[in-house]
Design a protein around this ligand. Structure first.
Ligand SMILES: [Zn+2]
Length: 376
């Protein structure tokens, strides 16, 4: 495969370059260039993107890995790469009118950007691991942190790009939520807001993504037909997405998105994730954090039971008791002796590492391995 077909090298620079290329393509009417960038992005999303929407698999050069190299414990997923992904996705959305690009913005906002900054706004993640194996120390407020530090948000890094990038994104967030064309309004992201666009004034009320109901109240509308379009996320099916008519003042349009927790499985070509599963609710990726587990249950000993639907905030599984045999390899499959049933609490990935040092994992070893080992 030629390098021109997928993003490679330094993730943030590749995405910035692509965003600039979309601008050039739009300004000059270069459809070939636009299609080439869209193709590269599509392939990168299909093969080089973490579940969170984060990109980057190598700490060296802060770069993409080869296709399907997506190790959760070495995920780089720089905050700036999240910002740059949103910038590129939005440009492609505006250039093509394809609402699916809004899915990417949604995913990155809720799993990379929302994860980056501490609740008090005084520390942040530069990189976003998906698997923290060892609880790190609390970072001193007066010490510069190496930029690769994973387990705790740090007050400052030797490279400070992400801080400014998040500030810029938050300041311009409103530009990503709705668009207009001569026919009406398109809603791409859901948050409480007033939208003045497409000849209409709309009030949007929602607790998304904590809840799936989005209520739009028409404040002003012309006496001629308008089209109101909702982005229906890829994980949702069913709701009607396009409404075209003469809207009346105070009329309400309601969208209900299904927010049941669901299992997510990796492509089998992602070697680092084989045998694992994750849980998502709407656009939000969940994780298990050590601080929430039953006494003595370690995150490297759990197996989840994917034959049982995830509940809100927890999944069923087992605690295994791996034996130390002197080497991490044996001539037969390690038997999971006396697996104890456990409930494994989960929380949104963007909430992790907010209660002190902990271990964490997004991808959870799943039960088929246990069944195999019992039959050996
Ligand atoms: Zn950065």
């Amino acid at each position: 495969m030629r390098n021109g077909e997928v993003f490679h090298g330094h993730v943030v620079r590749a995405l910035y370059l692509a965003a600039g290329a979309v601008d050039v393509a739009v300004e000059t009417g270069d459809d070939e260039l636009l299609e080439a960038v869209a193709r590269q992005f599509e392939r990168t999303l299909a093969r080089r993107t973490h579940l969170t929407g984060g990109m980057g698999s190598r700490h060296l050069d802060e770069s993409y890995g080869e296709d399907f190299v997506l190790p959760p414990d070495r995920a780089y997923s720089e905050t700036c790469a999240g910002v740059a992904t949103i910038m590129l996705a939005q440009r492609l959305l505006l250039a093509t009118g394809d609402l699916r690009y809004g899915d990417i913005v949604d995913r990155v906002l809720h799993n990379v950007i929302a994860t980056a900054v501490a609740d008090d706004g005084r520390s942040f993640f530069y990189a976003h691991t998906l698997h923290q194996r060892v609880a790190t120390e609390v970072v001193s407020q007066d010490r510069v942190q190496l930029r690769f530090g994973g387990g705790a948000r740090a007050p400052w890094f030797e490279v400070s790009c992400c801080l400014n990038n998040v500030a810029r994104l938050v300041a311009s967030l409103g530009t990503y939520f709705a668009t207009e064309d001569p026919g009406g309004v398109q809603l791409h992201q859901y948050a409480p807001m007033r939208v003045e666009a497409g000849g209409m004034v709309l009030d949007v009320d929602t607790a998304y993504p904590d809840a799936g109901v989005v209520t739009v109240t028409v404040v002003e509308a012309p006496p001629t037909p308008r089209t109101l379009t909702f982005r229906i996320p890829e994980w949702a099916t069913g709701p009607e997405s396009v409404h075209r008519r003469v809207f009346k003042k105070q009329e309400q349009i309601r969208l209900e998105l299904p927010m049941r927790p669901r299992w997510t499985f990796p492509d089998p070509r992602v070697d680092a994730l084989r045998g694992c599963a994750a849980v998502e609710v709407g656009p939000v990726v969940l994780c298990a954090e050590s601080i929430d587990q039953e006494d003595g249950v370690r995150l490297d000993e759990i197996q989840v039971d994917t034959s049982v639907a995830p509940e809100v905030g927890a999944v069923k599984g087992h605690r295994t008791h791996p034996a130390d045999t002197g080497r991490p390899y044996q001539s037969r499959r390690a038997a999971a002796e006396r697996p104890d049933p456990v409930v494994i609490p989960l929380l949104p990935y963007h909430r992790w590492a907010r209660r002190g040092p902990s271990t964490m994992r997004v991808w959870l070893p799943a039960d088929p391995f246990e069944r195999v080992s019992r039959t050996v």
